[in-house]
Design a binder for this molecule. Sequence first.
Ligand code: ADP
Ligand code: MG
Length: 240
Amino acid sequence: MIEFRGVQKHFGHFHVLKDIHLHIEEGEVVVIIGPSGSGKSTLLRCINRLETITEGELVVSGIPLHQKKVDINLFRRDIGMVFQHFNLYPHKKVIDNITLAPMKVRKQPKEQAAATAMKYLTRVGIADKADSYPSQLSGGQQQRVAIARGLAMEPKIMLFDEPTSALDPEMIGEVLDVMRSLAHNGMTMVVVTHEMGFAREVADRVIFMDEGRIVEEANATEFFDNPREERAQQFLSRLI
Ligand code: ADP
Ligand code: MG
């Protein structure tokens, strides 16, 4: 589903991703961890081409993103992304936040888009908030709306960039529950998070990044119980 081969990414003279090799299968849940500034967000943003790579090859859902002639809009439909800040439209009702992209990008009729929106609002447990405005919702509820919005495009891959980092502690669990259920239903997911309990429980694989490189890659149990690399050991020991 996702394949990085020798990917390099520069911002001007700054070398942010260094020789990334990464292979993610359909239905896999991969968690990326690492210190701030290590390139986690940039790696995620390359997958839906919010960033273009400087060198190497990157194939996502069968599409070679390193080639110039890529229909980005066609491609982006297949990928949902959830950010730390939910980026909902404040002046639109919850349901209209969700139907917007399916109507515009997928040309769905309003009734069909609304039915799909309700299906995913139900899935994330807030169907009763369809007619509310984002400001009337808690942070956890707003993030669940953002997840429903991503799912309404019926993507093949969901990317999450620190989806719980801006939430009050009591709201983190409800968002992680939704993500856990998505994972169990077979969604291909790449998740940047500092929630190590979630990573240990849900991830098929953990990728540890430092200074733009993948320093360690292991299954979750192996990584948390027995990290091989010193930098990973230090990172984990600081969290406990
Ligand atoms: P992380 O998500 O692991 O904290 P990022 O991928 O956001 O790391 O950033 C990695 C490095 O790249 C940081 O040093 C950051 O300052 C730099 N960086 C990120 N985006 C840009 C950009 N658009 N222009 C220049 N430098 C950037
Ligand atoms: Mg980041």
